[in-house]
Design a protein around this ligand. Structure first.
Ligand SMILES: [Zn+2]
Ligand SMILES: [Zn+2]
Length: 350
């Protein structure tokens, strides 16, 4: 038996003792060492989720790393004891979308911790498609389990950055100073941004951002217009990334962009607020590009593990709280309350 954090329904989380998953010949069993809570987990906790119906709910967790505990007989390349991390988005592997390299957008997507049992548990089963398509990535020696687990959110951020067309010296505004906002700032710097402005209404988060990145310019509520005008010499920002579920942030982004600016809608909106009113003439007369991204492809996932290993992007200082699986409810409540930055689980001792 093993411990698993199961979502039973809306606002209902249970730490259960369940059977260790059985694997087929073409699958792997991962012994989890590290797992982090993300906004998706919190939304599923808050609202409930379609895939929690049925026998005893769904094990959450899609930002995970650990070591291989068992290898199916038909599996090559992977062996017991290997330190690995998993891109949780598992495509069918044969549809046109998957073959185009976008398995994460597959209409039959099965994501760990979202459609099938995830990694907030002592063990997680890695299905055949994940093993065969390269979702399982070996962790370089100098990368910890914690850092490896954060390759997942970091690669979502990289996906966004690749569409921002950031040029050397660009002024970039990131709306949202949480862990994801910090990752956006760091990836944008890697892409050559000359100045990173980070806006939030939460002073604690701005403070946490300043402590980690003194070069980022943090902007509180009511200061956004003046700060953007001041730092851009009245031109506006070249790139605006909205990393907050806020329609207002999306509207403001269009207004704050410079000529030929790019607006990246990274944070999705709540279903009841998804219709946003905006002045389309801003897009027309300023020649703006508006884009959005979700998830990441396998190339971007592997690239982020490499960035972490090479020290190009730091993620370890974004982790502020670690919990045992048994304390899952407290971990989720703290995360939902906006405590700290990245909260997660340490499993089985590191
Ligand atoms: Zn996530
Ligand atoms: Zn597919």
């Amino acid at each position: 038996m093993m411990t698993a954090v199961r979502l039973i329904g809306k606002q209902s989380l249970e730490v259960q003792s369940v059977a260790v998953p059985q694997i087929e010949d073409d699958e792997l069993l991962l012994r989890v060492r590290s797992g982090f809570i993300c906004g998706t987990d919190l939304r599923m906790y808050k609202n409930g989720h379609a895939h929690t119906q049925g026998a005893g709910g769904l094990t959450l967790g899609h930002e995970v790393a650990g070591e291989i505990a068992a290898v199916g007989r038909a599996v090559s390349r992977y062996s017991e004891g290997m330190r690995v991390t998993i891109d949780p988005n598992i495509g069918c592997g044969v549809c046109d979308v998957c073959v185009s390299g976008n398995t994460q957008m597959c209409p039959d997507l099965r994501a760990l911790g979202i459609h099938i049992d995830g990694g907030f548990a002592e063990y997680v089963r890695i299905p055949r498609q994940a093993v065969q398509q390269g979702n399982v990535a070996v962790i370089p020696e100098n990368v910890s389990f914690d850092e490896a687990a954060l390759a997942e959110p970091l690669s979502c951020v990289l996906n966004a950055a690749e569409r921002c067309a950031t040029q050397p010296g660009d002024i970039v505004l990131v709306v949202g100073a949480g862990p994801i906002g910090l990752m956006h700032g760091r990836i944008q710097r890697m892409f050559g941004a000359g100045m990173i402005l980070v806006h939030d209404i939460n002073e604690q988060r701005l403070q946490a951002c300043r402590e980690r990145e003194p070069q980022f310019v943090t902007i509180g509520p009511d200061e956004l217009d003046t700060a953007v005008a001041q730092y851009s010499g009245g031109k506006g920002v070249d790139v605006c990334i909205t990393a907050a579920p806020s329609p207002e942030a999306q509207q403001r982004g269009l207004e704050l962009l410079a000529l030929n600016g790019r607006l990246m809608l990274f944070g999705g909106l709540p279903k009841d607020r998804q219709n946003v009113l905006f002045n389309s003439n801003l897009i027309h007369y300023k020649q703006l590009i508006v884009s959005g991204t979700t998830r990441q492809n396998l190339r971007q996932y592997r690239a982020c593990i490499d960035f972490i290993a090479k020290g190009i992007v730091t993620v370890s200082d974004i982790i502020t709280h670690r919990f045992a699986l048994e304390d899952a409810e407290r971990a989720f409540d703290d995360a939902a309350a906006g405590t700290g930055l990245k909260l997660g689980f340490s499993v089985g001792g590191q």
